[in-house]
Design a protein around this ligand. Structure first.
Ligand code: PMP
Length: 402
């Protein structure tokens, strides 16, 4: 049976060229960059320096502005908490969009507990943040603004350049979580006035366990991990040299190839979108055009999302419901157990929030695989609806004239 992976937003397969690049740093060059009095340590230090330049090049940054971390969660925590701590002068207000990842949202908990005020910006039905709402929310005591580049769950790409200009005018540090977008669509910090940008290796065909935070020269960020003086003092601990080398190889490949990937994924995404639009009572989520290439998300009336995914998996097609993290979210009330905050933010009724599906395609996917999904899904929806009491009601209402 075919195995079709349509869940690249949760993670991507390792590119074999990336694996080849990291292999010598697992087997042969195992030195510690801080112990560079000898050849082993020097080789490791050189590799990390080169990697810093390559990751910087992906977003138009300077090498000294790249801090390697263990991944996007740590980068987001460092950006939010580290910036808030350095803001000083009674700046105890943070502004975030309502569709940020938990690693931004939950980093605000200790800030709230410490008396910070948090403004959560609403998004429109397509998931877009309104730059005018950002302008109104920023104040003299705002320590940080955080708006993601693209949302994993609904694919919408935010107007971060415009929002960045507003933050710059107001003198507020601006953090962009580019976990879902980096390596897939361009983001150049010479054009987008972001002060902090989160990057994640395993989201662009590198390995898990390595990420980075771009910290613009002059931006003040206090460390969250204490110890030695690695990573210019922003992040202590012996560097994950093979992971860093691999992230850099993945970044170099993405810099060269992302345009080609986006063309391919744009075509497959359109094919999938057009094919799915024939399914009655199916609703796409996210912006129809300002979205990640190859990302198609939707919910279907009278067909529960988790069941759809299980049936798709039986057919060998792997996709996600909501975000990978919210499917096992343990919230504080009953509703949090089922509803995705992103879907609630765009106005999807909370009883069907579990019903959303995200197909996120990758560079290795083919038209044949899209055809398989388009063949399987309508039948699965039909089968689930045959078992759905709400669908029977709906049909009855329709047959009685609406
Ligand atoms: N930010 C966004 C937008 C995400 O989708 C995710 C999850 N993939 C993260 C941050 C956290 O990533 P990780 O779990 O790899 O640290």
């Amino acid at each position: 049976m075919a195995k079709v992976f349509f869940d690249h937003i949760s993670t991507t397969p390792l590119d074999s060229r990336v694996f080849e690049a990291m292999k010598p740093y697992l087997l042969e060059w195992y030195g510690n960059p801080s112990s560079h009095i000898h050849d082993q340590g020097q080789a490791a230090l050189r590799a990390v320096d080169k990697a810093r330049s390559e990751v910087a090049a992906l977003i138009g940054a300077k090498p000294g502005e790249i801090v390697f971390t263990s991944g996007a969660t740590e980068s987001n925590n460092l950006a939010v908490l580290g910036t808030a701590e350095e803001a000083g002068n009674g700046k105890r207000h943070a502004v975030v969009s309502g569709i940020e990842h938990f690693s931004v949202m939950n980093a605000l908990i200790p800030l709230r507990n410490a008396g910070y005020e948090v403004t959560v910006l609403p998004v429109d039905r397509d998931g877009l943040v309104d730059p005018d709402a950002v302008r109104s929310a920023l104040r003299g005591d705002t320590a940080l603004l955080s708006v993601m580049h693209a949302n994993s769950e609904i694919g919408t790409i935010e107007p971060v350049a415009e929002i960045g200009r507003i933050a710059r005018e107001a003198g507020v540090p601006f953090h962009v979580d580019a976990t879902a977008s980096a390596g897939h669509i361009p983001l150049d910090v010479r054009e987008v006035p972001a002060d902090l940008v989160t990057l994640s290796s395993h989201n662009f065909y590198g390995p898990k366990g390595t990420g980075a935070l771009f910290v613009r020269e002059g931006t003040k960020v206090a460390p969250r991990v204490f110890g030695g003086f690695q990573e210019m003092g922003y992040r202590a601990g012996t560097e994950n040299v093979p992971g860093i080398v691999a992230m850099a190889a993945a970044a170099a490949i993405a810099s060269k190839e992302m345009g080609h990937w986006a063309d391919h994924l744009g075509r497959l995404g359109k094919m999938l979108w057009d094919g799915l639009s024939g399914i009655p009572l199916l609703h796409f989520t996210g912006h129809p055009t300002k979205r990640l290439p190859g990302h198609v998300s939707f919910w279907v009336e009278h067909a529960e999302g988790e069941s759809l995914l299980l049936f798709l998996n039986v057919k060998g097609i792997m996709a996600a419901s909501g975000s990978a993290c919210s499917s096992n979210l343990r919230g504080q009330d009953e509703e949090d157990l089922v509803a995705s905050p992103v879907l609630r933010a765009i106005g999807v009724p909370s009883d069907i929030c579990t019903g959303s599906i995200t197909f996120s395609l990758g560079k290795g996917n083919t038209e044949e695989e899209v055809r398989l999904a388009l063949d399987a899904l309508p039948r699965i929806v039909e089968r689930l609806r045959e078992m759905s009491p709400t669908y029977l009601d709906y049909q009855k209402r329709m047959s009685q004239g609406g």
